[in-house]
Write a protein that binds this ligand. Sequence first.
Ligand SMILES: Nc1ncnc2c1ncn2[C@@H]1O[C@H](COP(=O)(O)OP(=O)(O)OP(=O)(O)O)[C@@H](O)[C@H]1O
Length: 717
Amino acid sequence: MSLAEPPAKTHPDFDLETDHLGGTVSAMIRQIELWEDRDRNTGADLETSVTMADTAEEHAAMLSVHVHQPYFGSLKVRVGGREQTLYIGKHAFRDVGGPHHVMSWDSEVGSLFYSEALEWTPKRGSKGQIRRRRQLDVAKKKLLRVTDLYDDEQGGDTGGREEVLLRRLKEQSTAGMRDVVETLQPEQNEAMRHPAGTPVIIQGAAGSGKTTIGFHRLAWMTSAERGVHQARAEACMVLMPNRVLAAYAARILPELGISGVSVTTPEAWATGLLGLEKLEITDRTLSLLLTDTDNARRALAWRRAKLLGDARMLDVVRTHLWNKFGAAITGQSLQENIEVAGRGLLAFSLTESDLAGLLHDVFAQDPLDGYRAGFRRLVEQEAVSRLRVPDEEEASVRRQLSKPLTTLLGRIFASTTPVTEARRLLADAGALAASGLLSDKEIRLLLADPLSGIPTPRRAHADVTELPVMLAVQAFTGGIGRAVGRTLEPFDHVVLDEAQDYSPLLYALLARASRPGHVTALGDLNQGMHGYKGPSKWQDVQDQLPGAQVLTLSRTYRSTRQITALGARIAETYNRAAQVQGVDRDGAEVQRYEGGDERALIAQAVKDAQAAGHTNIAIVTRRGSDADRLSAELRDFDTDAQPITTQEHRFRGGLVILPVSLAKGLEFSAAIVTGANQATYDESTEYERRLLYVAASRALHWLGLVSGGAELHPLVR
Ligand SMILES: Nc1ncnc2c1ncn2[C@@H]1O[C@H](COP(=O)(O)OP(=O)(O)OP(=O)(O)O)[C@@H](O)[C@H]1O
């Protein structure tokens, strides 16, 4: 709730609600004091007392954050003939012996506040009826406004939900992604609560709240109410397209009461998994698509990239490794004398055919931590069972086997580093043919090198299009998942932002790296910038996430009517579904600046945006180099814009200048698009039009378009 707005005391229940709020605040403070009073937390012994005191302090700390706003809404319900009012807040509170309870937003009851259902069946008891939904704007322990969203005494729907939403959307942007717990809309609520343990793809236009809902779903997943599907925040991962956006979005986590989630990029996750953090990741397909004029070569590069991300590649890799390790076993054996207490030295030997049998078993088991670790376990188990080793001697047997086993594993698995092995496979027609899954034409496509004209960096590098195949080799040999000490565990839940940019092969690997059913993908096929990397249709993703449904968010929330309309004009040139339904919110006309020194025009636009009351303002350029240059030159025009031109930079609010590639996903109260002309965003290239769309859709309230010498772009004129 914006504090600038004066309290609106017009509601007849305002005083009643004020009293109830006062009672709740006092009850919470009483409870916190009780928890903080260490002397009372006495257990039977010192250790129990300390533990109890620590837990009590944790409870106190958690609750004290919410005293200033104990709740934001209420529900009047009738269950079994009895009417009661339930208050809904960000944190549950039980008023022991008193009436001031608060239910948590992510509970089953909390869901009723957001949905449009009028009846429900509680877990225990008879059918319940919703009589009233009420929004309560509270800040600093004060009630500011009461708005009924639904009230059967007023004839049902009051239009209040839209009114509250509009008020919220008029607020200024901040330096981080915000939670929408107070104004979650019915369709968003449903998507967020899609049954835990079922994978889901949430599709929605730009600004429909996909990313926001993904984080809310993660918070919802961490609630104890999810039972066996409950996720631990520190065992969850969110993948976002770049690190600037990851840091911006992660600021939502404390608001949602969770911490420790790993919010990273697919590239950082992949290189970390490969143990090659310094590996430079290139996207040479994109470079080729943007610079090469030879259409046949462009088509070849596109098709080859698609095929590299095809889910069948998982089994192509698996077959290749099977053949390779099988060949490496030829001539190998293991002979060791093992000391077992009380029984002296016992001979343990595995012949070549024993080893081949174990290799077969480990491929059948397909362990999460990879075939190498799995093979070691199988040999150890074999020794324990053949030598009938008692439990207490097992550790000793493992120790004695350790060195000879490491040597043996070295001979079978060692030469397989994911980067070189993936490249070896991709250059070997016979190996590519071994699985029988690829046609001759496809094999020829993989062997072709349409990117040969695109330079490679001098440092060790890998291309984004090869990465999934490398990860597949890694998954089978060294394992894939979340590193916990020296072992690997599946992630409790994985959220993917910009899900249209992940290949089906990557989905197959992510499904393997997480608990069954615990992938949430958020994306918009129409916003795909990198079709050669992503799925052609959601069905390709559903095939990798068994049971996944596609849910659609139909409304967009980010921008004013004027900005949304301008964006739609650009998007409809490449996307037939561009006319999405936005929340109809009026704002300033889009400002156009053309003719003259571009820097002077930008400086003027910044002044105008500031005069309109905005502080979080972005100047969006086509390239990083434009942003660097302009940020220096604009100082001569009294304009100090912080550049965000590398993934290391962070958005901390204020006036910034950044390239469109890093602006994707971020939003600002006001945005100024520079170089808004045909020379900068070539109208005949779809990719450029998509970029222009991203640039023009970053602003919540105020948008300025600047073109120096040249005329404004035909699509925004
Ligand atoms: N229920 C809601 N109440 C208030 N604001 C909302 C709601 N849903 C979304 N928003 C706001 O709409 C904006 C867009 O949300 P978000 O960035 O999550 O959308 P998105 O679908 O991920 O967009 P993009 O595809 O452009 O990345 C944000 O400012 C968000 O706070």
